[in-house]
Design a protein. Structure first.
Length: 289
């Protein structure tokens, strides 16, 4: 490995490989490299990381407070780790994360970072896409900026939003959805344009899974503009794509990205371990002026 870590962008809008890090026992300098790269690229990929669940949780804690997710069953021996698993015999089902979204954006304080570590992968397929919501915001017209910046939208975890999977859709039997926390059912108001607490940059903060409608508007009234934003937000030029290899660790910033797991690997086993960093209440652009 190179003596000094190297950050290599993988797409203009978002995404970078970091070469030369061993995150099983990272130094303070290693953590600084990761955080700086996240500020610049929003999602980073570190290959060939042989992390145990304990090491992944420890790394997560170095990046911020660990969020123990109450909505999805965790590993029995590791309450902060979720197994994202689809078995070979699970065909024609909805995959976990198979619609464009930002993780748990319906929370009062949505997650900041997500870490996903590849354990077992199909020979072909199972890639993940990310879309920069900063690039999506910047590409809009000044008139659209003025329209969107004062707006707030209602986000909720149940039922799924205007373009998400049906609430009755079959999912992998390993991803056990638990409904022991009513916070997923509440309607939460968040700004449509969010200011990043670290970089100060503005991004769209709506997604088709959890965003229901604009404040003081009906779903029908909201639908045309929301659908435009959902379509605009994931234009190809705003995205990057990861082809997973065993040991790949992806770390991404939910505050300025959407992501999508591609469900194209029926008949193959895919297992990744996921941990989450807690976040803060989103602040809108009008509050930052």
């Amino acid at each position: 490995m190179p003596a000094t870590p190297t950050v290599r962008p993988v797409a203009p809008a978002c995404g970078a490989d970091i070469v030369g890090l061993d995150l099983g026992n990272p130094s303070d300098d290693d953590i600084a490299v990761v955080l700086d790269a996240l500020a610049d690229h929003a999602v980073v990929f570190v290959r060939d990381q042989q992390l145990t669940p304990d090491q992944q949780v420890a790394l997560t804690a170095r990046l911020g407070p660990v969020l123990r997710v109450p909505y999805i069953a965790h590993l029995a021996e590791h309450p902060d780790v979720i197994a994202v698993l689809k078995e070979p015999d699970e065909r024609r089902i909805s995959t976990f994360g198979g619609s464009w979204h930002s993780d748990f954006s319906f929370l009062d304080t949505p997650p900041s970072l997500t870490l996903l570590h590849a354990k077992e992968l199909p020979e072909v397929g199972g890639d993940t896409l990310w879309a920069s919501q900063e690039a999506a915001y910047e590409a809009l017209s000044p008139g659209m900026h003025r329209l969107l910046e004062p707006l707030r939208a209602i986000q909720t975890g149940w039922p799924h939003g205007t373009s998400g999977p049906d609430s009755t859709a079959a999912v992998s039997r390993s991803v056990v959805m638990t409904r022991n926390d009513p916070s997923a059912d509440r309607e939460m108001l968040h700004p449509v344009v969010r200011v990043h607490p670290v970089t100060g940059r503005r991004s769209l903060f709506v997604n088709p899974v959890y965003t229901q409608r604009f404040e003081d508007m009906t779903a029908e009234e909201s639908r045309p503009l929301l659908q435009f934003l959902f379509d605009h937000a994931v234009r190809a030029e705003f995205t990057c794509r990861l082809h997973w290899t065993p040991g790949t660790l992806a770390i991404w910033d939910n505050r300025c990205l959407l992501h999508l797991a591609i469900n194209d690997y029926d008949g193959s086993r895919r297992l990744l371990h996921r941990t989450t960093v807690a976040g803060e209440r989103p602040v809108g652009s009008t509050a930052a002026v």
